[in-house]
Design a protein around this ligand. Sequence first.
Ligand SMILES: [Cu+2]
Length: 171
Amino acid sequence: MEIHAYEKLWLGAALLLIVGFIATVSYGAVGAGVEMIDDEGDTVDPDSLDDHPKFSDPGVYESGDGEYDVYVIAEQFRFAPGTNEPIEVPANSTLTFHVTSADVIHGFEVVGTNANTMAVPGQVATFTVEVDGPREYGLLCNEYCGSAHHAMEGTVKVVPEDEFDGPKGDD
Ligand SMILES: [Cu+2]
C-alpha cells in the first residue's frame, strides 16, 4: 500500500499534536504545582462565625516559626480582612489560608499567584502558600456573588519582617 507523502505528513503532525496535548495535561496535573482544594478544611456554621475561635476575629495568627494561619471571611461585598484593611503578612513566610463565606459563594484569588479558591458557606477552604516579598498582591472575588461583585476586591500586603505588626493574640 502506498501512502501519499502529504498524508504521511498530516499523520505525523496529528500524532505530534496528540503527544503534545498529553504532555501539557500531564504537566498541568503534576508539574505545575497546581493543587486542588479538598475537603480537608473544617466545616463551620456560616450563621455563627462570631462563635468560632478564629473566624470571630479573622486575621493573621502565628502557627510556628515563620508560619502563619490567615483566617478570611468573604461576604457581600468584601473580604474581612482584605478589603477595609489589607491582609498584612511578613516577608519570607509560609501562609496557610482558611477561607470561608458568610453568605453566598464567593471566589478568593490572590492575583498573579496560583492561590485561588471558592469560598463556600459552611466549608473552610484551606491551602498553603509561601511568600517572599516584600510586595503587594491584589485580591479579588472571581465567582459572581451579586450586584457589587465587580467591586469586591482587597489587598494582601507582604511587608518586611521588621515592619510586621505582629500576629493576632500577640499583645
Ligand atoms: Cu463576587
